[in-house]
Design a protein around this ligand. Structure first.
Ligand code: UDP
Length: 411
């Protein structure tokens, strides 16, 4: 059954929904076109899938288009992604040329229909070149941490970024010095999606059975694309240390994203590291495995997100919402979601992750307390209702560039 605004009211309350409706009534005359680089896989696609229908139900003409690119382009943009996160990548002039060529092709093929065009991440950032010709309001929505980037990559992207009307970052730590307005808007999860909605125990049980997991024994889980920055091998290392003290099973579940060409290789490395241990379950999930992922997390005792670098890390909120204690790398947006010792634990190494996991496995009350706190933290800060409101407020703010306060009246 389709989710309606009324269903959200039951989760966040009528006051929050009234406020959202009021803001929506002031931006309904504008269309919002989102453009990113993959229709499926990864956090951006996850958010847009849920947000577009919600905005439309609120009366905002929201749409979503995806750029095209050849294999070389996505290899280049994956290198950009790693380089912007500060990794050592050698970015050549040839690679920059591949980016320019693919940008030109997309500029030829795409229609820019939005009054507000929201471009997500670096892959489609070059589309701003159309702005002088067609006008409109352009927002660069950066989901990654560009605060300490590889300079060749950033100096290449910056002239594009500077042409936007505004940039959005997920947290202040991620931002850069820019001559345009910058907004801080954290991402969100949808509590009513298949990924996050309540499931009954029988459904959870069935999924665990299907994957050969024993619900009587503790289950540790990380849900992530097979990406080195998510540190799946570090999770296996932590699990091996935990296993010296406590019985447990490990799930590493992930899928591929169209714009991530490294996934296969990392999956191979993970499978190799897990080959001798029947308690490590490496699951390559097809797209749209949302109910399975929901059930795997609900069936878990502890959830890991042991990233070495991270954008926001939606998987953390997804787990906290389900009342799970999360052990996460102390990086990126994970630091917004895990309040150390309150909603989970922040760690810096496999050893640290293992120590915290053993502590949690030995202390069910602590697990429960962190889980309760985590759910509350997500409810107050990281649900889609807050996110939609922030985007609409930004659309509104763009119409009043000189005003610090915009007075709204109920519709
Ligand atoms: N995800 C999924 N299937 C997978 C692995 C991940 O649906 O096999 C989802 C995950 O539940 C989350 C999103 O993809 O909603 C990943 O977002 P996150 O911000 O954690 O990381 P990203 O992949 O964007 O770096």
């Amino acid at each position: 059954m389709a989710v309606t605004l009324h269903d959200y009211e039951e989760v966040v309350g009528s006051e929050v929904m009234d406020e959202i409706r009021t803001v929506a009534s002031h931006v309904r005359h504008k269309s919002l076109q989102n453009i990113n680089s993959t229709p499926v896989g990864g956090g951006v696609a996850e958010i847009l899938t849920r947000m577009i229908p919600l905005l439309r139900e609120l009366g905002v003409d929201a749409s979503w288009d995806v750029i095209k690119g050849d294999e070389a382009f996505f290899n280049v943009t994956k290198s950009f992604h790693n380089a912007l996160h500060g990794d050592d990548e050698s970015i050549s002039e040839k690679m920059l040329e591949v980016y320019r060529e693919n940008t030109d092709a997309n500029l030829r093929d795409m229609n820019f229909t939005g009054d507000v065009v929201m471009i997500h991440d670096p892959q489609p950032a070059g589309l701003i070149l159309r702005k002088p010709e067609i006008g409109r309001q352009w927002i660069w929505r950066c989901h990654i941490d560009v605060s300490r980037p590889d300079l060749i990559t950033w100096n290449f992207l910056k002239p594009y970024v500077e042409q936007y009307d505004a940039a959005i970052f997920s947290m202040p730590d991620f931002a850069q010095q820019l001559p345009i307005s910058q907004y801080m808007i954290a991402p969100s999860i949808d509590p009513l999606s298949d990924k996050n909605k309540d499931l009954d125990q029988a459904c959870v049980q069935k999924v665990l059975d299907g994957f050969g997991l024993n619900p009587e024994r503790p289950i540790l889980t990380q849900i992530s694309r097979f990406d080195r920055l998510k540190d799946p091998l570090g999770v296996i290392r932590a699990y091996q240390l935990i296993k010296r003290h406590c019985d447990c099973q490990l799930i590493l579940a992930g899928g591929a994203a169209d714009d991530d060409p490294e996934g296969k290789e990392v999956l191979r490395e993970v499978e190799e590291a897990a080959v001798d241990d029947a308690d490590i379950h490496v699951l390559l999930l097809p797209p749209f495995s949302d109910l399975e992922i929901n059930a795997l997390v609900r069936g878990s005792t502890i959830v890991f997100q042991k990233s070495i670098k991270e954008g926001f890390g939606l998987t953390v909120s997804e787990a906290l919402w389900k009342g799970k204690p999360v052990i996460g790398g102390a990086v990126g947006g994970i630091k917004l979601q895990i309040i150390n010792g309150v909603t989970g634990f922040l760690v810096h190494s496999p050893e640290g992750a293992a120590n915290r996991a053993v502590e949690l496995l030995q202390n069910p009350d602590l697990r429960q307390k962190l889980g309760e706190n985590g759910r509350r933290h997500v409810k107050e800060n990281f649900l889609i209702t807050r996110h939609v409101k922030d985007y609409m407020l930004l659309m509104l703010a763009l119409d009043y560039p000189a005003d610090r306060i915009v007075q709204l009246t109920a519709a």
